[in-house]
Design a protein around this ligand. Sequence first.
Ligand code: APR
Length: 253
Amino acid sequence: MSVAAAARLLRNARHATAFTGAGISVESGIPPFRGVDGLWNNYDPRCLDIGYFHAHPEDAWRVIKELFYDFFGSAHPNDAHRSLAVLEQDGIVKALITQNIDNLHQEAGSRTVFEFHGSSRQLLCLACGARRSAQTIDLSTLPPRCGCGGILKPDFVFFGESIPEEASRLSFAEAERADVFLLIGTTGEVMPACLIPEEAKRRGATIIEINTEPSNYTGRISDIFLRGKATELMRALLGEMGLRDRLPPPPLP
Ligand code: APR
């Protein structure tokens, strides 16, 4: 099976849904969590455990700031993010479920985005429940505090926390109605997000997977496995669909 076959499936889809993981943002300079350059090789995932955060907010914030706030501002959408926005604008991709918290899909122009793990954009006060834009909060003193004195926590899902109810409901509804499911850049290791592609398959969807390495889905539920970088394969897919010129030209060197 090839890029041409995947392009035909997407073109003829009744309801195509995209599902993305950290791999789609690697070429924007954001490291993945697992694999050779995975963040969890160098950082303790405990910093994202909700129990640890409550017990040691300052220590947790020190790592969280380094991982998610020191460089996020400098990461920009790449052609894989932009290609999904083009496919949505052309009515081919109806919705996008992402495990990522980097907001790059929205910055690329995607509109129907379900953030299954929340987003780094806002901070939530653990005392009064107020949400504040992360960009307005001074992170030079940790943990950051709300005007009410409460500790502020990133508004994304920590290990041990439940998935935002609306994002969960909408994402599994997509899995039920999609006839083509485009998986990009995920190991498929984290529950319950990893169940969404499984449910789509169970409901009869054809699974197209893009990844630089085989994942938990490859050779099992993926009908087409396109091995390679998300930007290169998404550009090739758009090329097969006559949409390549909808991407902006590459930046001058
Ligand atoms: N193009 C396509 N795929 C890529 C690229 C690339 N340029 N670079 C890496 N990948 C693939 C890797 O092969 C791997 O399968 O992206 C995947 C990244 O896997 P993870 O780091 O495990 O990311 P993800 O599957 O999204 O993790 C799920 O784990 O820690 C939690 O909450 C965190 O949302 C995250 C969840």
